[in-house]
Every structure is written in C-alpha cells, then in structure tokens.
Design a protein around this ligand. Structure first.
Ligand code: FMN
Length: 175
C-alpha cells in the first residue's frame, strides 16, 4: 500500500500555500496521494500518516507559533515518521542564504527546537509591497534596504525558484 502523506502549512499571504500546491502536483504526477491542511484546520491524528511535510513562512524573523507548538506537541510521533520541513522567506532570495545550512532563520530555528526532520529545505518567497498594510510595508522596505533588496513600494517580485520546488517535490515523493 502507498505511504500516506500529509502537508501541513502556515501561510499568511499565500506563497507557502502556492509552494504546497506545487508539491501536491508533483505527488499527483507520480500517482501518489497527499493530503493538504492549513495548520489551523488540521484536526486529524498524525499517527494516520507515514510521511509528514511541514511548511511555514517567516514573519519578522520567526515561523508561525502554531507550527512550532504543533512540532513540540507531536515530537515523539514525528521522530517515528519520515518528516520534511521547509521554510519560506525573503532572505533566501540570496544564493548564499538559500540552503538549510546557510539560511539564518532555518539555522536558528533548528537550534531552538528539539526536532530533526529527514529533509529540510528553504525557498525564497514573494515580495508585494502593495499587498502589505502600511506598517508592514515600511518594515519590509527597511529590511530590504538593510539587505540591499528593492525598496520601491511598487515592487512586486516572486523570488521562488519553481524548478527547485519541483525537484524538492520529486525528492519527497520518493522519500
Ligand atoms: C509582515 C511581514 C514580515 C516579514 N518578515 C520577514 C523576515 O523577517 N525575514 C524575511 O526573510 N522575510 C520576511 N517576510 C517575507 C515573507 O517571508 C515572504 O513574503 C513569504 O513569501 C511569505 O509567505 P506566506 O505568503 O506564505 O506567508 C515578511 C513578510 C511580511 C508580509
């Protein structure tokens, strides 16, 4: 019987969800089923799954608290399964900061949590200043200015590397 897989995500503006949808596509291309849930809607028992994929974006330096709580609460079960974690953030637009070993948020995250997934990945996210409320826009402009990124408030750039997402999808389908 096929392994039962689930993707559980947290996404505020939809980019992490868009990446999850691409991963679902990769599963389906290889005739594999995968369930997809937002962390807020996940009420099932994760023991029902063999492969658990968790994706979350970074907001102001951290991943969503519900995701962190979920990992901490289910640590023992997670340790007994095949697990995958991926982070989505804008710092990962820089080639030297786009791996699990070099992305500062991912490195910090795994220092703060007692969990070692089978696979960890990081993807660059989406920048869309016009979508953000005033305060967030100013803050992101400041973060981008500090990291030498675009600060024009009309900037709308999807930094996600979709080939990398597809490759990752194929890798986790086979896991
Ligand atoms: C309010 C806000 C705060 C953010 N903070 C960070 C940050 O601290 N570091 C970073 O690299 N990206 C940051 N980002 C960029 C997001 O991680 C990026 O836009 C990602 O695509 C969001 O994914 P989501 O739509 O799934 O939430 C921030 C974005 C917003 C809107």
């Amino acid at each position: 019987m096929d392994a039962k897989s689930v993707i559980i995500y947290s996404s505020v503006d939809g980019q992490t969800l868009k990446i999850c949808n691409k991963l679902v596509e990769e599963f389906n291309l290889l005739d594999q089923n995968v369930a997809l849930f937002s962390i807020d809607d996940f009420t099932e028992n994760i023991n029902n799954y063999d492969k658990i994929i968790i994706g979350a974006s970074i907001r102001y330096g951290v991943h969503n608290k519900s995701i962190i709580d979920f990992i901490n609460t289910n640590k023992e079960v997670l340790d007994s399964k095949k697990t995958v974690f991926f982070s989505v953030n804008l710092v990962a637009r820089k080639p030297e900061k786009n791996t699990a070993e070099t992305n500062p948020y991912v490195v910090k995250f795994f220092k703060s949590i007692d969990w070692k997934p089978t696979i960890v990945e990081v993807f660059a996210g989406n920048l869309d200043y016009q979508k953000y409320p005033f305060f967030d826009r100013i803050m992101i402009q400041f973060i981008m200015w500090m990291t030498k990124g675009p600060t024009d408030s009309k900037s709308k750039i999807e930094y996600t590397n979709w080939d990398k997402v597809s490759q990752f999808g194929k890798q986790i389908v086979k896991l």
